[in-house]
Design a binder for this molecule. Structure first.
Ligand code: IMP
Length: 447
């Protein structure tokens, strides 16, 4: 029995979808704990591509229970479209459960998100425009609509009439937008409520029951560590907590019930939206990574900014999440390169800095200190074991493991399930602490 959290160790889009999909095979329950339809997982199974925003990737396994947890924000329209898409492919969604305490994204959230970004001009965050920030703001302000409110028709009417009239003042007076018609929105959302009712439960209780029955639970993070509201590159972050600690708050599970935390990082770095990115590559190399890695957002289609692997943020992610091991994805994207750089530290005002600075202003001033490694200039996409990898690729992975002081358990070399090297079972293999006990660099790669 193991309860495992999978998180993104960079700025999101690390390929968590593929890793959670792989790990879902040995999970009885998969739980999404934060974020909303800003996230997007692309999963390829037998040549078929699935794009999921809210539903955990475990849905593809009929015996796996999937839960959308309390810390998420749910756009019912998108969720229903996802359910339809899955059902059209002949896959049942009866194994899905939705937390009744999750908050609901309303039309005014989307409108306010988009209008406020426009207003911010040069100070914009580069949000996905899906209403995420305003939904979480209402949750904090205690004016949010929860799934259980959506299920209560009369209560919803009362609450929405008041809320929409209040939001209309903001839409009209602040953003010069036309007001929403309360009755239209209420009717629309009552329709969504009927479609979603069978799935809505007390998710925390369900998860607790599963833990008591010694089921394997996988907590699936969306976005990544550097987009965390509290620990990321604030204000260029999302409005939830993608870090491992967010899994406990976002599901109602106590920290003592978690056994493992697995981080997912790309073999290089990407970022979508605004904000500092020290290892960003502007020119030809950035374009090459973007095209080889197909670096376009699943949700917005936006081109991702690309750069070298940054071990300073990697070490930060290891610390903030208490990572036991790492999955490195998209190693094959680096196949053509003659040489590969890794940022080992920063320089700020001529001084070397080994740690991630929490101030965005200071982070903007960071200049990367690089170590250059030779590339392997051959395809790795058909490698199925460490022995198949070119020596330089293996050296690159070992270097990352040593720099971040965390073992690498999985290496991914393409989108398909079989394009993967499982170095060590990330769930049942030895824990990081045990590997470090003898003072060795604790690299599963060299074990
Ligand atoms: P929001 O989550 O839509 O409010 O966007 C806030 C920031 O997080 C923006 O920089 C987005 O580009 C980024 N972001 C949100 N979701 C994702 C994701 O799934 N992958 C990568 N970046 C994301």
């Amino acid at each position: 029995m193991a309860n495992v959290i999978v998180i993104g160790a960079q700025w999101g889009d690390e390929g968590k979808g593929k890793i959670t999909d792989l790990l879902s095979r040995s999970a009885d329950v998969v739980v999404r704990y934060q974020g909303g339809v800003n996230a997007g997982h692309t999963i390829v199974v037998k040549g078929q591509t699935f794009k999921l925003h809210l539903i955990p990737s475990g849905i593809l396994y009929p015996d796996t229970e999937c839960i959308i947890g309390s810390g998420t924000v749910i756009d019912p329209q998108v969720l229903i479209a996802e359910l339809d898409q899955i059902e059209e492919l002949g896959i049942s969604t009866s194994n899905l459960l939705i937390a009744e305490t999750a908050h609901v994204t309303m039309p005014y959230h989307r409108l306010i998100d988009q209008a406020s970004e426009e207003r911010r001009g040069n100070h914009k965050i580069g949000t996905t425009g899906r209403g995420i920030g305003p939904t979480y703001a209402d949750k904090s302000e205690r004016t949010g609509i929860r799934m259980l409110d959506l299920m209560d028709s009369q209560g919803l009417r009362d609450q929405l009439e008041w809320t929409i009239n209040y939001k209309n003042v903001i839409l009209e007076k602040l953003y010069n937008l036309p007001p929403l018609e309360p009755q239209k929105v209420i009717d629309e959302y009552l329709g969504y409520a009927e479609r979603l009712r069978p799935y809505v439960v007390d998710a925390s209780l369900k998860i607790y029951d599963a833990i008591q029955r010694r089921r394997n639970i996988l907590f699936e993070g969306a976005q990544g560590t550097l987009l965390d509201l509290d620990h990321g590159t604030y204000p260029y972050v999302t409005s939830s907590n993608p870090v491992a600690g967010g899994a406990c708050v976002g599901t109602g599970v106590g920290p003592t019930m978690i056994d493992r935390v697995i981080g997912v990082a790309k073999a290089y770095t990407t970022r979508v939206g605004e904000g500092p990115f020290p290892t960003e590559l502007d020119g030809e190399l950035g374009e090459l990574l973007c095209s080889r890695g197909a670096e376009f957002g699943t949700t917005t289609g936006r081109k991702r900014r690309c750069g070298w692997f940054d071990a300073v943020i990697g070490r930060y992610a290891v610390r903030i999440n208490g990572l036991d091991c790492l999955a490195i994805t998209k190693l094959d994207v680096l196949d053509e390169l003659e040489e590969i750089k890794v940022c080992v530290a920063y320089e700020i005002d001529g001084e070397r800095c080994e740690h991630f600075p929490t101030s965005a202003r200071k982070f903007t001033q960071c200049r990367p200190v690089y170590k250059t490694l030779p590339g392997w200039q051959q395809s790795t996409s058909n490698c199925r074991s460490l022995d198949d990898l070119p020596r330089q690729a293996l050296d690159y992975l070992k270097f990352l493991a040593e720099l971040m002081e965390v073992p690498i358990a999985i290496v991914s070399l393409g989108a398909s399930r079989d394009q993967t090297i499982i170095v060590e079972d990330p769930i049942h293999g030895p824990k990081r602490a045990l590997l470090h006990a003898d003072g060795s660099p604790a690299s599963l790669l060299s074990a």
